[in-house]
Design a protein around this ligand. Structure first.
Ligand SMILES: Cc1cc2nc3c(=O)[nH]c(=O)nc-3n(C[C@H](O)[C@H](O)[C@H](O)COP(=O)(O)OP(=O)(O)OC[C@H]3O[C@@H](n4cnc5c(N)ncnc54)[C@H](O)[C@@H]3O)c2cc1C
Length: 431
């Protein structure tokens, strides 16, 4: 019986010939060996939260559900080794129980660790980088079924390629992360006008551990978030306030506003003006992983680009002008983040401090405007997030990644017969 798979955003589907759920590295190796000798392709998926076809596996699909344990914790070195299919929620709970935490995170924690890494998932931070920057070792099953463990000293070229590898350098079976003693963050979230945010963003990103903001298209309204480490005791939002802000306003009302905007696009600017003012000024303190992440129930599709940090705000100004000029109706806020560069060869932040601009289209609304916005982001030296929609191909991506040629050589070495390829990697990495 064939089973249809679709991603979270419901815009990518796969009909795998076979779906398997391996429970050990040895089982993965066995599957890959058989697939290679049968001339088949094999790919592990995560939680399906990529918007691109990165996880589409139409031949043999491996699901991560039985590879989600903690292998070892080295308290002295500050290292945890986990099975690759562990979700970020499971990982955060395990770390919290051990008095540890991840240094930085993105917006949500439902992804698997391997899935999040493979597309270059990131949050925002003054000194702490992408998830890939926290990885110290990977265990991989290569195209011939062999199992290797790589790190900065042992096969560094493979380590640098496979940390953000879109699944093309092997099935990742275990991951070691540098972690730290658990810490709390004080969050300050407040509405602010675009001009003030524009003027202060560089200073804020110097002054605070984590800064991001959302700009509501067609308005001057923004919502800013500052998170800073604190020794103060936890004072999380009350249940009612958490429900009101995180569920009701950020999800229920946003969903209703987007549905209204989809039915009557002419009202989008007014709806956005109201939405940008609805969220309140609030401060709370909680464990880091609870502050970094929040639930997302409104379904959308997304394009996100990493730009050289110094081009971030100029690019946003240009996109803002373009939106006004073109008369598109965009109901979802644009998310703006900044992060130090890392050294994973395919990371959108490789080799340079980066600013990220993320554009969202509510489900079943027009997203053809992404293409025009993408031209602006490309002109500013932007690199696409591998899990978010874009139109790039290997030919035009190659010049943007200093180690592209070495990465290609690594791929030829570890997967010469392209057992791990899919249509997406054929497009973005070449066949
Ligand atoms: C609501 C929402 C919020 C998001 N917020 C952020 C954010 O704040 N920051 C950000 O950067 N991104 C964000 N994303 C994007 C998301 O983090 C990435 O797309 C991530 O890759 C999804 O992880 P996943 O577990 O769902 O992996 P999938 O999307 O299922 O897979 C991603 C890739 O990893 C590969 N893969 C999975 N497991 C393995 C393995 N064991 N070995 C080899 N390859 C493997 C897959 O084949 C695929 O190529 C968000 C997405 C959504 C839907």
């Amino acid at each position: 019986m064939t089973r249809k798979w679709r991603n979270w955003a419901r815009i990518q589907t796969a009909t795998p010939l076979q779906i398997l759920t391996p429970a050990s590295t040895a089982e993965v190796a066995d599957i890959v060996l058989r697939a290679a000798s049968d001339g088949r392709r094999v790919r592990m998926i995560g939680s399906g939260h990529s918007f691109t076809a990165a996880a589409v596996a139409n031949d043999i699909m491996l699901t991560p559900g039985a590879l989600n344990g903690v292998r070892t914790i080295d308290f002295e070195a500050g290292r945890i080794t986990v099975d690759s299919g562990i979700t970020l929620t499971q990982l955060c709970l395990a770390l919290d129980g051990a008095g540890l935490a991840m240094t930085n995170m993105g917006d949500i924690r439902v992804q698997t660790l391997a899935g999040a890494l493979q597309t270059g998932t990131h949050g925002t931070g003054r000194t702490s980088g992408t998830l890939a920057a926290m990885v110290t070792e990977l265990e991989l099953v290569l195209g011939d079924g062999s199992v290797v463990t790589v790190n900065a000293d042992r096969d560094p070229d493979l380590f640098n390629s496979a940390r953000v590898g879109i699944g093309a350098f092997g099935i990742v079976t275990a991951i070691t992360l540098a972690v730290e003693p658990k810490f709390r963050l004080e969050a300050h979230e407040f509405p602010c006008d675009y001009e003030t945010v524009r003027e202060n963003f560089d200073q804020w990103t110097n002054d605070h551990d984590h800064v991001e903001f959302y700009w509501f298209p067609h308005t001057h309204g923004c919502y800013v978030k500052h998170n800073d480490r604190t020794d103060a005791p936890a004072s999380p939002p009350t249940k009612l306030s958490a429900w009101w802000e995180d569920q009701f306003l950020s999800n229920t009302v946003l969903g209703a506003a987007c549905r209204l905007g989809r039915a009557a696009p002419g009202y989008v600017p007014i709806i956005n003006r109201i939405s940008s003012k609805a969220l309140s000024d609030r401060t709370y303190t909680d464990e880091s992983w609870r502050v970094f992440t929040s639930p997302r129930s409104v379904r959308f599709s997304e394009m996100e680009y990493a730009l050289p940090r110094e081009n971030l705000l100029a690019a946003l100004d240009e996109v803002k002008a373009l939106i006004d000029e073109q008369g598109w109706r965009i109901s979802f806020p644009v998310e703006v983040r900044a992060i130090p560069g890392d050294d994973a060869w395919l990371s959108p932040a490789t080799g340079r401090d980066s600013g990220y601009l993320a554009f969202h289209a509510f489900e079943r609304t027009d997203r053809s405007w992404f293409v025009e916005v993408e031209k602006v982001l490309r002109a500013h030296g932007g690199r696409p997030h591998w899990g978010k929609l874009h139109t790039r191909t290997s030919e035009d991506l190659a010049p943007d990644y200093p180690q592209w040629e070495r990465m290609r050589q690594v791929r030829d070495r570890v997967d010469p017969h392209r057992v791990f390829a899919n249509e997406y990697t054929d497009i973005v990495l070449g066949e």
